[in-house]
Design a protein around this ligand. Sequence first.
Ligand SMILES: [Zn+2]
Ligand SMILES: [Zn+2]
Length: 334
Amino acid sequence: MKAAVLGPDGLTIETVPDPTPLPDQLVLHTSCAGTCGSDLNAGLFLPHGSVLGHEFSGHIVHVGRDAGSHWRAGQLVTALPALGCGRCAACAGNDPVHCASVRYVGLDAPGGFAEYVAVGGREARLLPDGVNAELGALVEPPAIGLHQLNSAGPVEGKLVVVIGCGPIGLAAVLWAKVFGARAVVASDPVASRRAAAVRAGAELAIDPGADDLATVLRDRFSARADIVVECAGDLIPEAIRIVRRGGTVVVAAMSKRPVGFETKFAHMREVAMVFPSWYHGDEWTTTIDALASGLIEPQWMISHRVGLHDFPQAYADLKQPTDQSKVMIDFTIA
Ligand SMILES: [Zn+2]
Ligand SMILES: [Zn+2]
């Protein structure tokens, strides 16, 4: 099969062996595969020869002996990008990404930037009517956003601030609106991302270089934030500064370097901080249901659609400052 393979100069299209599935796995003929910020980071530390891609959909072409009797060739599915052991408490609880012996599809197992990909029968999810292949490859970012907000407790009636409006920040905005937040205020220095946050439902999107969040919250809402979702990676001190007493800071983004802050204000305000990671299997099901019913409509996050052969250039372009946000490989494009 053809795959976009990681090498010293980025990705190249190569012919590689087809997947060799285990008995509890399915093989998909990939339909769509999306890029994620983590794909760019993973390209820096994964060995050459790796095949990335953990946001994808495809039709089943092979059902392993122990993959589940409900699976049939031809079904259109997506899958959590995890291969759990199937025996531990995490796997039994539908939480395979936190399985102690998990392997991640697109990291330590070959991913979806290829014509075929092997996924776990337990981790696969059937795409219902209303969720096409492209939407199926878009489940992961909103599932992460859902997990971030679920970690903050009830959202209804709350004033939510989202710092950083990449795909995860935008997903947090989408779900905060679904959950009935009183208002959502987004903050990002990039104008196109602020526009995207408003499109996702934010009442207000501010430029932190021009406006002070705490001042805006006071003037517009006479309040501090109930919940701050920090999706920028190094703005925990800012999140603590703008949250109310007893409020919650969700640290969504992993910082690339140590983040130092005085704990004084966090103590004075008795701030709760949570550090969620990944998502639960149930959150994938909830996200797919929300896509099927039109409760969330994230297709507009896709900025570019390319065929597999043009993908290495699009991947290289993502490393430069760019107007691309989510690049989607559509395997039907030659
Ligand atoms: Zn992702
Ligand atoms: Zn397990």
